[in-house]
Design a protein around this ligand. Structure first.
Ligand code: LLP
Length: 425
């Protein structure tokens, strides 16, 4: 169920009218629904009930402290990709013992921090990284828990920028080299080999490539066990894609269905080869937890009719929401209070000095300046990818809980944006 709906002709977040939020906090503002967030997380958690499984929310999708706090209270772990993200988890009251650390370029400083805080696992992506981690852990008198990110060479059939499991991608250790890499890891004295992970891409609408990757990991786990390397967990990477609502797009496989198929395969394999002994399963979903739990609320500044195109200039821009221009992503844009007038076809653009500064193209809308628009399904990879290009202050963020609105990030003040800068002495 969508937690953003029209009630008496006005778009609401839960039971709060969006105009009320625009009045109180201005625009552009990211508006999140607490109920949607929890519902999405619990789709994973419920499918994992009664199993040894951990949902590590990929916080790169949205790392607002209030969101991390809400998810931590539901029992979430976190998938991090930087020391900064680990500091956020801790600031939000999350448990470092449920954190996995992904990424191809972990620095010595980041490794030290993660070891100090006692994270669950390092998802290691290369042999040089194994050696670095071994040295860092040794110097601290610790053993680092590691999983190797294996690149299963499966085509995720998603946008090339967010496809990660092919041989041509920078991620992970090639499937054919994985056995040797595990042997190396097992020999290093300051590492404890605990798991295997993969992540083949984001916004996958079909689970077939994920199940294909799972089969490859399962084979590898058995090959490793045969040489005495016994793994305790299997991490299948990010979540399933979400419905952005573009015409002609197939809706994605539902979370419960995907997890059901995945667990069925795992159970059959464990029953067949391991006397039914379970293996811990980890997931790293991001988009499917926060994506449809957020909208970007914005105002129409000007309507600019043109010979070839009509432009609707809004107060949000590509710096606030990069997805359209970066991936040519189609994002739905809806009027907050729909008008009855004849619709005009607009390109919805921001005020940034680049032709790439567009949010949506060819949308039929009936508008007047000052109207509010909501970019739907904007909760994932929206605010976390926002920048200060053109010295634009990033939006405020609020979480709606029924008729309550909580400001969870103040709008930036442009003056603060150059606070770290100085003139020549
Ligand atoms: N785990 C790893 C190692 C990842 O690299 C990612 C996403 C995830 C988990 C979470 O995947 P999800 O469940 O969100 O599909 N900015 C792009 C998406 C980049 C995804 C990068 N990795 C976008 O806006 O579409």
């Amino acid at each position: 169920m969508s937690h953003f709906s029209y009630q008496d002709g006005v778009l609401h977040a839960e039971s709060t009218p969006l105009p009320q939020i625009a009045d109180a906090f201005g625009t552009p503002t990211y508006v999140y629904s607490k109920a949607a967030l929890l519902e999405n997380f619990n789709a994973y958690a419920n499918a994992c009930k009664g199993r040894d499984a951990l949902v590590c929310y990929a916080m790169k999708a949205n790392s607002n402290l209030a969101i991390l706090d809400l998810l931590a209270r539901e029992g979430a772990g976190f998938d991090i990709v930087s020391g900064g993200e680990l500091l956020r988890v801790i600031a939000a009251g999350g448990d470092p013992g449920k954190v996995i650390f992904s990424g191809v370029g972990k620095t010595v400083g980041e490794m030290k921090l993660a070891l100090e805080k006692g994270i669950l696992c390092f998802n290691v992506e290369s042999i040089p990284e194994l050696h670095r981690l071994n040295e860092v852990a040794g110097a601290m008198g610790k053993r680092a828990p590691v999983s190797l990110r294996v690149n299963p060479n499966v085509d995720a059939k998603t946008h090339p920028y967010i496809s990660t499991g092919l041989k041509s991608n920078k991620f992970g250790i090639a499937f054919d080299d994985a056995l040797e890499a595990y042997r190396t890891a097992a020999r290093l004295p300051h590492l404890a080999v605990v798991g295997i992970d993969c992540h083949i891409g984001s916004q996958l609408l079909d689970d077939a490539p994920l199940l294909e990757a799972l089969d490859k990991l399962i084979d590898l786990i058995d090959t490793l066990a045969a040489v005495g390397i016994v793994l305790h967990h299997l991490d299948i990477g990010g979540g399933i894609g979400i419905n952005y609502g573009a015409a002609g797009d197939d809706p994605p496989v539902a979370v419960g269905e995907y997890l059901g198929r995945l667990f069925a395969r795992i159970d059959a394999w464990r029953a067949d080869k391991h006397g039914g002994q379970p293996i811990k399963v980890i997931f790293e979903p991001g988009r499917s937890i926060v994506g449809n739990a957020g909208v970007l609320l914005m105002s129409v500044e000007f309507l600019k009719p043109g010979e070839e195109k009509n432009f609707c200039v809004v107060d949000a821009a590509m710096n606030d929401m990069m997805r359209p221009t970066l991936y040519e992503a189609w994002m739905a844009v809806q009027p907050v209070v729909p008008r009855s007038g004849k619709p005009v076809t607009y390109d919805i653009v921001g005020p940034i000095c680049e032709s790439g500064d567009w949010l949506a193209r060819g949308r039929d809308l009936s508008l007047v300046p000052g109207d509010l628009l909501a970019m739907m399904t904007a909760g994932a990879y929206g605010m976390t990818m926002a920048s200060n290009y053109n010295t634009r202050a990033r939006p405020a963020e609020v979480i709606v809980d029924g008729d309550q609105v909580h400001l969870v990030r103040k709008r930036e003040n442009p003056v603060d944006l150059f606070e770290l800068e100085s003139l020549l002495k």
